[in-house]
Ligand binder design. Structure first.
Ligand code: ATP
Length: 324
């Protein structure tokens, strides 16, 4: 494959990083074309933050080649820093300042001058839907507003590459969707986005390409469609009140996975309306009474199961609770 079309904003080859004896990145390879959204998908402890910290010059690495915005690390760290921004789990927002003051501060630190700082601040407040809250202290902001302000602050100096480390972890569904739309707009404006996430759904919504990281190595890479083709985790779970109902359902739904102990039947689905309608038609009978109906969409656990036949590699200090 020719990696020079349309030009790579990020190239990583054979990247390794150790903390003491602990090998955290084990020969990582990836590349991100200019203007695209790339998602690094992995569980807690897989190595996502370490990767972001290395690519954004905040952490040294042991071996490998790393180029960001055309500059090689570790040598050209200053040039890389001028071309990028990082927002992440630890926001740069100063909570005692207002949103406007936070933005003005960053603008002045970037030597934009008073007039240009004011203009850029007003533009970003507007673009990130923070005009109404501009003169309130950031400590009064909701989680979603604080993340948007953090992202706005990182854009003051027009970076070419933006690193977003788990941009929606901990946000409610509505704030998450607002964040997604802001990220999409950024990419539409030509900015390259390197995103880390624990959520398959988020990578699927946003990314042009996804790499799955596990135990410090990339275990799969492709478009969201290519990746989802690997995953057969989508199913409807039907729960029945008694054994008679359960037995009838097992006969009516050949190919389903049945569990007599819990009286549940799992029917595979791609989540499309057509497949759900077919299923509903089959169970819509006076003899069958479904106690509970739940749709399970594929998640990170399903990706790992599809890739490795096991939930996750032992190097990840992940927990079930971390994955939706
Ligand atoms: P999370 O979502 O929890 O941030 P992550 O995928 O970003 O997970 P990293 O933070 O990159 O994972 O951590 C990768 C591994 O490196 C983990 O096993 C972690 O415990 C370990 N690690 C991270 N920072 C350090 C450090 N400063 N010293 C020693 N080990 C570390």
């Amino acid at each position: 494959m020719n990696h020079d079309e349309p030009g790579d904003a990020i190239r990583v080859h054979g990247l390794t990083k150790k903390y003491g004896d602990h090998l955290v990145l084990d020969g990582l390879d990836l590349h991100v074309p200019v203007g695209r959204i790339f998602a690094l998908l992995g569980a807690n402890g897989a190595g996502k933050t370490t990767t972001v910290r290395i690519l954004s010059t905040l952490l040294p690495f042991d071996s490998g080649q790393v180029t960001v915005a055309g500059h090689s690390l570790p040598g050209a760290a200053q040039s890389v820093r001028r071309s990028i921004s990082v927002t992440g789990q630890y926001a740069a927002v100063d909570k005692v300042l207002t949103g406007r003051e936070n933005l003005m501060l960053v603008a002045e630190l970037n030597h934009l001058g008073r007039t240009e700082s004011r203009r850029r601040t007003a533009e970003l407040l507007d673009r990130f839907d923070l005009v109404g809250a501009a003169d309130r202290r950031a400590e009064t902001y909701s989680g979603g507003m604080a993340r948007r302000l953090d992202l706005a602050m990182s854009l003051v100096a027009h970076p070419q590459v933006v690193f977003l480390d788990e941009p929606t972890t901990g946000l409610d569904p509505r704030s998450r969707r607002e964040m997604w739309s802001v990220i999409r707009e950024l990419a539409d404006g030509g900015v390259t986005i390197f995103l880390t996430t624990q959520y398959l759904e988020e990578a699927d919504e946003l990314a042009d390409r996804i790499a799955v990281i596990d135990g410090g190595a990339i275990v799969a890479e492709g478009t969201p469609t290519e990746l989802k083709k690997l995953v057969n985790g989508g199913h409807v779970e039907l729960q029945f009140a008694d054994r008679t109902q359960f037995d009838r359902a097992a006969v009516a739904l050949p190919g389903a996975v049945t569990d007599a102990g819990t009286l549940t039947v799992e029917v595979p689905t791609d989540g499309s309306i057509a497949s759900l309608k077919t299923l509903l038609d089959r169970i819509d009978s006076p003899e069958l009474s479904v106690e509970q109906f739940a749709l399970h969409t594929p998640d990170l656990d399903d990706v790992f199961f599809a890739l490795t036949g096991a939930p996750r590699a032992t190097g990840s200090d992940s927990t079930k609770a971390a994955v939706r």
